[in-house]
Design a protein around this ligand. Sequence first.
Ligand SMILES: *Cc1c(COP(=O)(O)O)cnc(C)c1O
Length: 476
Amino acid sequence: MTPEEFRQAGHALIDWIADYRADLEQRPVRAQVKPGEIRANFPRQAPEEAAGATQLLQDLESKIVPGITQVQHPMHYGWFPSNASLASALGDIASAGLGTLGISWESCPAATELEEVVCDWLRQLTGLSEAWQGCIQDTASTSCLTALLLARERASNFSQNRGGLQGQQQALLVYTTEEAHSSVVKAALLAGFGEHNLRRVEMDPDTRAMCVSSLAQLVAGDIEAGFIPAAVVASTGSTGVTAFDPIAEIAAITAQHGIWLHVDAAMAGSAMLLPECRHLWEGVEAADSIAWNPHKWMGTILDCSLLYVRDVQHMVRVMSTNPSYLRSTVDDEVKQYRDWGIPLGRRFRALKLWYHLGIDGIDSIRARLRRDLDNARWFAGQVSQTENWQVLAPVKLQTVCIRHQPTGLEGDALDKHTLAWVNAINQSGEAFMSPSILDGRWMVRVSIGVEATTREHVETLWKLIQRRAQDVAAVD
Ligand SMILES: *Cc1c(COP(=O)(O)O)cnc(C)c1O
């Protein structure tokens, strides 16, 4: 493809995307396809002949779009918001078009330095001190794995330079709660700690926040028994019920024992753009690493996860291999982001953050977050005021956990009822929510915060939920 051909096809694609986004609300929220249905649209062998850009655009519409669950749809309330602001999409398109290579400062000085700039902007916008330096990772899962590798090497005094974890006499331990995201467990396993060395600290039964006295007891007992507590992963806004672990109190314990404290704020980090929410991670300055995803609620298109650390030297010492072909004469003056994580080749992700902030602006982003908080409070109010409906966990941000419990319905029958009404809605394509298990029973998470979701949409959802729950109760 020549640049001229790209210009033509590109204009057509941008026009198509603009129409697609404008008409999104007409489409079903959840993809209405069965497993294998999309795959069957394509030949088993790679095509011998090129189809051309016009044909591909038609195929995009007819063969791909039916297999997309519309997470930008205003009636999407599933999982967590995964906003892809059009401003940030432009930045991502710029990144693709520039075709840069990020393996060293030298390979693209602009990619490194704009990343420094936007990470520092976001640091300031979320009220973090100058002690933090950040980088952009693909996901919070990678950020957590990176943090646990740093913790492992600190607690083992650089075991990687000897026999690794296999050469350790004493087991290294990681502490978190059942409420922590599955990626925390995955990171601990991948970092080599092992399931037996993963401690689930007790939680407050109502808020599901980590119980600090239990953490203190566990740590003391483990040290006594000859183990090495290496890391605590605390949740700032868990996925299940948006639980907030008490960071300040946890940090008092980790500081005392030299334990690495990683704060997983993947979702709730966006809320820290609002000064009135920052009490939710009070004490965060005493952590060792923080990760949050602009690619969730804030709306910088996936993939964009920020990882901040205080001890950059430690990060580089763990992550740097510095092969000769990557060395340069300016190494002392520049950042080498390959030493801030796992990949060597990095995308120019800073562009989408820059575009997002530069076009939408922080004021409009903040206003939208406040709108969503307000909508969640309104919705929770409606649910809790209605007979037989319950809000099951404190509503700290924009996710509301609910259940409909008609009189006399309990146990498995209640589970069946919950799944019946939520699945009826999800299958219809009218709206989408994630059912989830809380204390062994199904409930429904209503996660408000898609860019396009207004109060009217939330009102429509509440009517829809009540109607479907009545319908299925009638046949239970
Ligand atoms: C979404 C989420 C994650 C995982 O995020 P990825 O970027 O998809 O890896 C981790 N922790 C919490 C609390 C989350 O909400």
